[in-house]
Design a protein around this ligand. Structure first.
Ligand code: MTE
Ligand code: HPA
Ligand code: MOS
Length: 752
């Protein structure tokens, strides 16, 4: 089955927010934002800007009919700064004009005066000054303090991981227009239609039933539109309501990069204790999360960091503490992995340091500690259906790890200026929203009298292929040709109270709901077929490839005839179903619970080459054995794995977000912010599907795929480090990411 909409995409016919034909009289808006990182607004003067021809209005905090509050989890974020500003890029006002360029130019005419206040950009400084958004969160298993004296080796260290720009191809944007009866329709590029609806309701002081949010598709989200698509949608809606005209906002790339939050940078301290055999006995870790100026999703992300503090390993004694530190940077937000990658980078750093100290290969420690069935996670869940060892062993065998290791050694002995490195990276990622209530979705299925089917769910298509998976599930459940099925836009009037499409749960949750809705219709149809064919029981009836079978024998009753008979007999051809993941919970009092429906496992073997004269490095190959369950759509899943891997390598080795001393983003364009391109991507990405691995907790035994492969990118960091060490074996490496070429060069040739 072809990927959904792929032909349309290839022809350039798919519509993103900026492509949607605009209603007559549409106005265009541009955001005026804070030029300073922290201060009081002393004066705002719009008069000059308002004089420009074509400027219709400038909207700010005082124009808000409801609450000036867009916080999702914690109410700490204004739509428009009223009295004070907390980061460079914080929205202060919205200029609305007859056309886009008039709006953009008029923004520059706004005069403002600020009284600057002290700033904090570093999470540890925020921690020391007591700037914590919530009290520290702690996960604890066993007793680390009682265990240190049993350890033969205790290694301590600090690790930094950097931020990352989402760089979705479609920048943030929205088109909102008033509808009759005082309502509003918002077309938004959001992963969370209900979040937009809810916050618009709060800001506009309108009931949710007067707000319709519609999402066709996203040109990428990667978490950046889980929470942070809301502000722009609500601004457009506010202006549309106030001016009673359609209003469109599409952020320019540079504005998007400056105003929106990115992956959370972390600074962490660890202490790891092992015995001589390489068994990890105790692990203590403190994470200082740079949350930015307001909470956004930081607290949930912080929690997921704790959930993944031990990655794919069983450690009997763990104490993991996480601090959510408020700084004067744009609120950092969800990004593929949702805090998991940051945690895994720390534990892998600890293991690689320990290997250095113990003079063993890191794989020696990794293999000794992989999760087995029955092992307890630090949050109390017991590991089951574990494929940690299976994936690791298979990767080592299939990709001849030991042979490759020897080849690398040989190569390094023979070459002075070019060095190679190899590393293994196991991943274990929990599948479910860690806020249990979010694990629900619904699906609405209509069958029309020509036999065609239209499906609405809560899932947002953002390039990850959730639509093709839903088609696959409906096709298999109804046993009809996929060409009969159309997936509708995601719309809050058709599907209410949606969770964001996130946590890699889109296909699982909406897939199950779609299966259930299809089954409701199928049951009615089978009952009818049983009547028509004089069967005693509907268990004698089967529908296969659009043909009805009675006791396994083909009849001349087909899908179209059956549908039409059902219609004539006034049987409903529509169904709605709701799905909630069973048996999961998380008790935040004790920080314990079966938080995840299941885990995704895999292992990557990464090889890299460093040119030690100039510091350039390349990731030569990433070879993976991954547990996809029974894939719903192998091409899509493979694409998700490959895309995630390259994005992960980018985070670890290439992409560097730099702010100046005043908190202004310096890397605010593609000339200064480098993402992996086809030249940089590994020449070989070989993704092997672990075989014969059904997953009873996913639709048709499938597994979620969106985020887990991202973390294979961490292997690239250590492969490069190993190549660097081959050049200077006696120099210690500080495991700070991103490991850019510049940092590689400095390390290779500096004294210290
Ligand atoms: N793939 C593409 N092409 N574009 C995206 O924006 N987002 C990722 C992942 N893969 C993303 C993507 C993230 S952060 C998540 S959580 C999942 O897709 C969400 O989709 P799913 O739940 O359907 O897997
Ligand atoms: N993952 C992604 N997004 C989320 C989560 C999560 O666990 N919780 C809330 N939003
Ligand atoms: Mo993905 S970070 O859960 O949108």
């Amino acid at each position: 089955m072809r990927s959904y909409d792929s032909v349309q995409h290839a022809k350039g016919e798919s519509k993103f927010v900026d492509d949607i034909p605009i209603p007559e009289g549409t106005l265009f808006a541009s955001v005026y934002y804070s030029p300073i990182a922290h201060g009081k607004i002393k004066k705002l003067n719009f008069s000059q800007a308002l004089k420009a021809e074509g400027v219709i209005s400038i909207i700010s905090a005082s124009d808000i009919p409801g609450e000036n509050q867009i916080g999702g989890i914690i109410l700490d974020e204004e739509l428009f700064a009223k009295e004070g500003v907390h980061y460079v890029g914080q929205p202060i006002a919205l200029v609305v004009a007859e056309n886009k360029f008039t709006a953009i130019n008029a923004v520059k005419e706004i005069e403002a005066q600020f009284e600057k206040l002290p700033t904090i950009f570093d999470p540890r400084e925020a921690f020391e000054k007591g700037e914590l958004i919530i009290p520290p969160k702690i996960f604890s298993l066993g007793n680390v303090n009682a265990e240190w004296h049993n350890c033969d080796y205790i290694i301590e260290g600090s690790v930094i991981s950097g931020s990352q720009e989402h760089l979705y191809l479609e920048t943030q944007g929205s088109l909102a227009f008033p509808v009759e009866g005082g309502g509003i329709k918002i077309i938004s590029s959001t992963q969370g239609p209900t979040a937009v609806q809810k916050i618009a309701s709060r800001v506009l002081n309108l009931p949710m039933n007067k707000i319709e949010v519609d999402v066709s598709r996203l040109g990428g989200g990667f978490g950046g539109k889980e929470d942070q698509a809301t502000a722009w949608a609500v601004m457009a809606a506010l202006a549309a309501v106030k001016l009673n005209r359609p209003v469109k906002i599409i952020l320019q790339r540079q504005d998007d990069m400056r105003m929106t939050g990115k992956r959370h940078p972390y600074s962490s301290d660890y202490k790891i204790g092992l015995n001589k055999e390489g068994k990890i006995l105790a692990y203590e870790v403190n994470y200082y999360q740079n949350a930015g100026a307001s909470a956004d999703l930081s607290t949930a992300i912080l929690e997921r960091t704790l959930f993944h503090s031990t990655n794919s390993y069983f450690i009997p004694n763990v104490k993991a503490t996480a601090y959510c530190c408020r700084t004067n940077l744009p609120p950092f937000t969800a990004f593929r992995g949702f805090g998991g990658p940051q945690a895994m980078f720390v534990i892998e750093s600890a293991i690689h340091k320990a290997a250095e100290v113990m003079n063993v290969e890191p794989t020696y420690i990794q293999t000794k500690n992989l999760l087995k069935d029955g092992d307890e996670f630090p949050f109390g869940q017991i590991n089951k259906n574990s494929r940690a060892e299976k994936c690791f062993d298979e990767a080592v065998k299939r990709f001849e790890f030991e042979k490759k290791e020897k080849e690398v050694k040989k190569f390094n002995e023979a070459n002075i200026l070019v060095k190679k490195g190899i590393a293994a990276m196991p991943v274990c990622f929990g599948i479910s929203f860690t806020s249990t209530f979010l694990n629900q979705a619904s699906s609405l299925v209509h069958v029309y009298t020509d036999g065609s089917v239209r499906i609405s769910t809560a899932a947002v298509e953002m390039g990850q292929g959730v639509n093709v998976k839903i088609v696959s599930i409906a096709t298999r459940t109804l046993s009809i040709n996929p060409d009969r099925i159309k997936i509708d836009t995601t719309n809050t009037s058709r599907i209410a109270n949606t969770s964001p499409t996130a946590a890699s749960k889109g296909a699982d949750l909406n897939g199950f709901a779609t299966r259930d809705a299809c089954n409701l219709i199928l049951e009615r149809l089978k009952k009818l077929a049983a009547q028509i064919l004089n069967a005693k029981d509907i268990s004698q009836i089967e529908l296969m490839d659009e043909i009805v079978y009675l006791n396994k024998v083909k009849t001349d009753l087909d899908w179209i005839k059956l549908i039409n008979t059902a219609y004539m007999k006034r049987i409903s051809l529509s169904a709605h179903a709701h799905h909630a993941t069973p048996n999961i919970y998380f008790d935040r009092e004790n920080m314990k619970g079966d938080a995840f429906a299941y885990h995704v496992f895999g292992t990557a073997i990464v090889e890299a080459t460093v040119d030690c004269l100039v510091g350039t490095c390349s990731v030569d190959s990433v070879k993976v054995v991954h547990d996809f369950g029974k894939s719903l759509h192998p091409v899509t899943d493979k694409g998700q794995a490959e895309g995630g891997i390259v994005q992960g390598i980018g985070w670890m080795t290439l992409e560097e977000i730099i702010y100046d001393n005043e908190g202004k983003l310096l890397t605010d364009a593609l000339s200064t912010y480098k993402v992996p391109d086809i030249q940089f991507a590994p020449a070989i990405i070989d993704v092997h599907f672990l075989e014969d691995v059904p997953n009873p907790y996913g639709p048709f035994q499938s597994k979620a795929i969106g985020e887990p492969p991202f973390m294979y990118g961490i292997g690239a960091f250590f492969a490069i480090c190993n190549a660097m060490k081959a050049f200077r074996p006696h120099k210690s490496i500080q495991y700070n990411s991103p490991l850019t070429h510049e940092k590689v060069l400095l390390w290779l040739h500096s004294e210290k």
